[in-house]
Design a protein around this ligand. Structure first.
Ligand SMILES: Nc1ncnc2c1ncn2[C@@H]1O[C@H](COP(=O)(O)OP(=O)(O)O)[C@@H](O)[C@H]1O
Ligand SMILES: [Mg+2]
Length: 605
């Protein structure tokens, strides 16, 4: 057997944590279900009274009425209890999903990047569903089943001790069998859930590179990968079904064996006059009754094993590191058909300054002090001993061969990851001293691989600025030369941008991301290869916009194309994660061989 995983040790505590907030309805359900079962337990006694009455030649009307009443009340209690418990189960699943989603969205960037999104999806959707079973029905079943079993045993002891001894031997045998089966059930459940996650991951891989897959003609290969995971899930599910059936059958068989043995031994005792017929009938009814709590306990035990597997997978996510950031409460999701924008907070300057004019505190300054950083799964550091200053205001450019660490510099300013050595200061304040949300609100970041979210143009541009007015959005779209896109969308800010036929070119995506960053009026604007997919005319136009913005805010551009950085106040040449030289374009062409060769390649000398 393998050593227990980190998350598995506290599974009981985890269950308790999920159930605690719902203990009111949970306890109420337990009491109702228990009461219903207890009434069931009283039925054999009422039956015994009925038979005793018959034997003694008395009337049976009263006993019949009592028996019927017991049956009806027990049914009602059972129904209400079941409803309560299922409602609690849904609430536990909701809590589990909410908790998991919040945790996921707060993960650090490197922690998330090491996960397969498809597998995470399976955990949020699938494993939390199993939680529903375990935290409610299974616990209740173990509770009521246990009490019922105990009650039946006590009452059986009252009726006849010898027959109880006979029954106990069979039950102990059953417990031993279950002890052997449960670990197998748990292992199969865990592997089954894992392969469902693998299937999600394989599917996500294929769908995420859909056109690449088509162009490469690898549909069959990808299908085989997904198929393999699905087949594993099938095999483990079958194995689960097999052990589950063995458990259920053993339990049923054990009760029947007990019934027959009791019938034999009891019959002999009745014949010898050691016990009355009514006692044998009552005892047999108890044995038959026993099958209910025993099946309940076996079923609950099985589900508990499956639930433990799910808990293990949820605990693995819970163990991943999160950022020290408070999730701001989300504004209500606006319907896509809404025409106007609710009036946001008054904005200083109006639409004309929507091009990123620094608001009150002015442009930000960034300093790297001997910063070293290595990605978790890499041997080679991405940044080594990097020292650089981005002065407040103006245009600073980072250039260098691909892989030299330019994107990493921007990611560290956003504090997506922590440097291993050295420190980074923004406005003279170390990043660690900035509240994360405040730091990120200061920065506008246009990533190299820009993201456009499924939704409307408005949602995409005002993504970080939900209160922006129509005029502000239109102004920023003009600034980023997206007027033609807006025309194509019928001048409708609420047109969906991912809709078929209206999907965007790479350059349009880059400009939407730029518009999004500008609308935030950042004090520090980080642009990663933002003009890489633009044609010459649009690049020239955006270059002017960027220069214009850099008069009022700090702009850091990463550019492979040096044409973008010709006018930069300061150019930092990165190589292998360090700054090899700093200067203006004419200076660097003279003094830095690497830069001179880059410039020569691009015919810029
Ligand atoms: N998420 C990541 N995980 C591991 N290594 C990475 C990651 N991102 C970048 N790297 C590596 O770090 C180095 C610097 O990358 P990057 O900053 O993206 O360079 P540039 O933007 O200059 O092309 C490269 O060797 C790259 O392979
Ligand atoms: Mg890069």
């Amino acid at each position: 057997m393998s050593a227990p995983a980190a998350g598995e040790r506290h599974w009981l505590r985890m269950i308790a944590g999920y159930v605690r907030p719902h203990r009111g309805p949970f306890v109420a359900a337990a009491v109702l279900l228990l009461a219903s079962s207890l009434l069931g337990l009283a039925q054999p006694l009422a039956a015994k009274a009925l038979i005793d009455g018959l034997t003694a030649g008395q009337g049976v009307g009263r006993a019949l009425v009592v028996l019927t009443g017991l049956v009806i009340v027990a049914a009602v209690l059972l129904g209400v209890g079941n409803y309560l418990i299922l409602r609690t189960a849904e609430a536990v699943a909701l809590d589990g999903r909410r908790g998991l989603v919040r945790h996921l969205l707060r993960l650090t960037v490197p922690a998330l990047q090491r996960q397969a999104p498809g597998d995470l999806l399976a955990r949020v959707a699938g494993d939390t569903m199993l939680l529903r079973q375990i935290a409610s029905q299974s616990l209740i079943d173990i509770f009521t089943g246990g009490v019922m079993l105990l009650g039946a045993v006590v009452l059986m002891a009252v009726v006849d001790l010898t027959l109880l001894g006979v029954t106990a031997v069979v039950v102990v045998l059953l417990v031993v069998i279950m002890g052997l089966l449960m670990p197998r059930i748990r292992a199969a459940a865990l592997r089954s859930q894992e392969s469902v996650g693998d299937m999600g991951a394989a599917l996500e891989r294929a769908l995420g590179a859909f056109t690449t897959m088509k162009a490469s003609g690898t549909e069959a290969t990808e299908a085989a990968r997904i198929d393999a995971a699905a087949l594993t899930a099938y095999r483990q599910g079958v194995s689960l079904a097999r052990w589950g059936s063995v458990a259920g059958t053993s339990a049923g068989l054990a009760i029947q064996v007990a019934f027959l043995v009791v019938l034999g031994v009891g019959g002999a005792r009745v014949a010898s006059g050691a016990m009355p017929v009514s006692a044998l009938v009552a005892f047999l009814l108890y044995v038959a009754y026993l099958s209910h709590p025993v099946m309940q306990l076996v079923g609950a035990g099985t589900y508990l094993q499956i639930g433990r597997a799910a808990l293990t997978r949820i605990a693995e996510i819970d163990a991943l590191p999160t950022e020290p950031i408070d999730l701001p409460t989300a504004p209500p999701v606006r319907a896509a058909t809404a025409t106007g924008v609710p009036a946001g907070p008054a904005r200083v300057g109006g639409p004309t300054t929507a091009t990123g004019a620094g608001s009150a505190p002015g442009p930000a300054e960034v300093v790297f002090e001997q910063v070293s950083f290595r990605y978790p799964d890499r041997d080679e550091p991405a940044l080594r001993d990097l020292t650089l200053t981005v002065p407040a205001g103006g245009l600073t450019a980072l250039v260098g061969p691909s892989g030299s660490g330019k994107t990493t510099v921007l990611a560290l300013i956003e504090r997506f990851a922590e440097p291993h050595q050295g420190r980074i200061l923004v406005d003279g304040r170390p990043l660690a001293d900035w509240p994360l949300a405040e730091l990120r609100a200061t920065i506008g970041y246009v990533e190299q691989d820009v993201a456009v979210l499924a939704g409307t143009l408005r949602e995409n541009v005002a993504y970080a600025t939900p209160g922006a007015t129509d005029e502000e959005i239109r102004a920023v779209l003009r600034t980023t030369r997206l007027g033609t896109l807006l025309d194509r969308l019928g001048d409708d800010l609420d047109a969906p941008v991912r809709h078929r036929g209206l999907s965007l070119s790479g350059g349009e995506r880059q400009r939407i991301a730029l518009a999004r960053a500008l609308l935030r009026r950042p004090r520090l604007l980080l642009l990663d290869e933002v003009t890489s997919q633009l044609d010459a005319a649009n690049e020239a136009a955006l270059r002017e916009v960027i220069q214009e913005i850099s008069r009022r805010t700090t702009v850091v551009v990463v550019a492979h194309r040096l044409s973008t950085v010709l006018a930069a106040d300061k150019i930092v040449v990165l190589e292998n994660g360090t700054a090899r030289s700093v200067g203006s374009h004419p200076e660097l062409v003279r003094t830095d061989a690497l830069y001179a060769s880059l410039a020569a390649e691009q015919a810029l000398v």
